[in-house]
Design a protein around this ligand. Structure first.
Ligand code: ACM
Length: 540
């Protein structure tokens, strides 16, 4: 029972168990009906029990009851399993939903199956009382679908995996040098041209290997609406990322006028086929601003999230230094240099988004040269950007590459597939602390939460994404949700003990995690080059 991941704030066990049978009912009180539909569908699928609708909402009556309970925070819940059945009460529907996830864990790994194992299987929940709620309001996962496209069904599956771990922000990295993945109706070439590349570098960019076949794909606006609705049903917010002014070669390949045409012949560019930091960045022209305002108008219509991510990372300034157009803009705006030009570019969209009731978020480079009031920062190059942002009064999501970049290898062994980056083990992730001790309590309030990032240069399919994400995402989920002590005082042995049960859940979900004993034969990729172990800081 106490094998829950993430660990709840508090749990008290009793003696006895609730047994769900063909006669058990599911009551969903006012405001919890959608959670009731989700839970009913998930449990019927796994158990084969009818779980018919109860007549008296909020009462468990030997079955399952869901209801709102004033006084709890919107994501907090209380789960009581006793002689009356299982009652889940939440401060809001989100709290009830997270309680429903806990119930699913309590029912055992088979509750995650998509077909019942047999009619004589019994379904029990031990008597207990759980009081629970999240440490952070932003418990994020970023998925890069630009480097390797993940078809819609795979994205929906990841939303289910996030929900099972009580993660609630899906940062959807939709554009990069290597692909543009979202249909923009007014600029059709973004996907016609920008969503396909001719070939792909295999492994680290220094590798001599190529996969010599086209790679691509994109989400239609209907796909996006489906993904956003599916996420909302699971109390997950989708934060879209459209990366500007760097990481834009796919867009420039589709619309060459977006690039620095007075420096290079942008008509010669194609969607990038290798990795690293790309020199071909957007031109700081009115045409580019209007083009991207059009992109963001469509993006805002599709994504209701408060935050919109504009990237802002890794924008080399060489072309702007050589571009007469960029230099004229610097003079006209009275800017000191190219860094201030980047700041002006980001600031334009900061204002533009704020005027539309949204908030800009970007990678920590956007701090350089100053940032407008409501903007927030994803601190990826370590903690420093996040500390500076919080001290300047900006909200921060902590996602330092040294700790929570899950593309980095999780073991130093020679069998690790395509081993890029630093070695960051399950225990390293478990001991990750999102709030650096340098921050005062007042400054620390700007840490909205934390996020694990899945960059997919070396993750060409679902199985590879699963391998890099799991089991570390389970440790990350506990860091983001549970009130853990300081890193060195965390009980990793207890976490590992609970993981033994959690691996069975992941098995039932069909997750191709890295087994504790190392990669299975089919998970190894001999011959594919990665980076040297703990070499210089990774750039892919
Ligand atoms: C990043 O990893 N370039 C945000």
């Amino acid at each position: 029972m106490t094998e829950l991941i993430p660990a709840p704030r508090g749990a008290v066990t009793g003696a006895g168990e609730v047994r769900l049978t063909r006669h058990s009912r599911l009551h969903a009180g006012t405001g919890t009906e959608r959670v009731g539909r989700w839970l009913g569908a998930a449990l019927r699928q796994a158990t084969g029990l009818p779980l018919g609708e109860g007549r008296e909402p909020g009462e468990a009556e030997g079955g399952i009851g869901l209801r709102l309970r004033p006084g709890l925070g919107p994501e907090e819940y209380r789960l009581v399993s006793d002689g009356n059945g299982v009652l889940i009460e939440g401060g809001g529907a989100a709290g009830v939903f997270w309680g429903a996830q806990t119930l699913r864990q309590l029912l055992g790994p088979d509750a995650y199956r998509r077909a019942p194992l047999g009619r004589d299987r019994s379904w029990t929940v031990p008597y207990l009382t759980i009081e629970d709620g999240p440490r952070f309001r932003w418990r994020g996962l970023m998925l890069d679908v630009a480097r390797h496209f993940m078809p819609k069904e795979g994205v929906l599956r990841y939303l289910d995996l996030m929900a099972a771990h009580k993660l609630n922000v899906f940062h959807f990295h939709l554009t990069d040098d290597q692909g543009w993945r979202i249909e923009i109706e007014r600029h059709p070439r973004l996907t016609e041209t920008g969503s396909w590349r001719a070939r792909t570098k295999t492994g680290h960019r220094a590798s001599p290997l190529w996969e010599d076949k086209p790679h691509g794909g994109y989400y239609t606006q209907d796909d996006i609406r489906e993904i956003v609705a599916y996420a909302a049903e699971r109390h997950i917010t989708v934060v879209p990322e459209i990366d500007v002014p760097g990481h834009s070669q796919a867009a420039i390949a589709a619309y060459p006028e977006l690039g620095n045409t007075d420096v290079i012949d942008t008509t010669s560019l194609s969607v990038w086929d290798t990795w690293g930091i790309n020199p071909n960045v957007l031109a700081p022209t009115d045409n580019t601003l209007r083009f991207y305002e059009g992109v963001f108008e469509e993006v805002l219509a599709l994504f209701p999230s408060e935050f919109v991510h504009v990237g802002g990372d890794e924008c080399p300034k060489d072309q702007w230094q050589r571009s007469e157009t960029a230099q004229a803009r610097i003079r006209e705006l009275g800017l000191a240099d190219e860094d201030e030009l980047q700041s002006w570019f980001i600031g334009h969209f900061d204002t533009w988004l704020a005027e539309r009731g949204r908030r800009l978020i970007g990678w920590d480079e956007i701090l350089e040269g100053g940032l407008a009031g409501g903007a927030a920062v994803s601190s990826w190059r370590g903690y420093a950007g996040g500390i500076a942002a919080a001290r300047a009064g900006h909200d921060v999501v902590m996602c330092p590459e040294q700790q929570v970049y899950l593309d980095h290898r999780q073991d130093p062994g020679p069998e690790e597939p395509v081993p890029i980056g630093w070695v960051r083990t399950l225990e390293d992730v478990y001991r990750f602390e999102p709030v650096p001790p340098e921050l005062t309590p007042g400054e620390a309030r700007h840490v909205l939460g934390t996020q694990a990032n899945l960059w997919t240069e070396v993750m060409e399919d679902h199985a590879r994404v699963d391998y890099q994400a799991f089991p570390r995402l389970a440790a990350f989920a506990e860091v983001a949700w549970s009130p853990l002590p300081a890193p060195e005082a965390r009980d990793f042995a207890d976490f590992e003990r609970r993981m033994a049960a959690h691996y069975r859940r992941l098995d039932a979900l069909g997750v191709a995690y890295r087994p504790p004993t190392g990669p299975l034969p089919w998970q190894r990729r001999p011959g594919v080059l990665g980076r040297p172990i703990d070499g210089p800081p990774p750039s892919r």
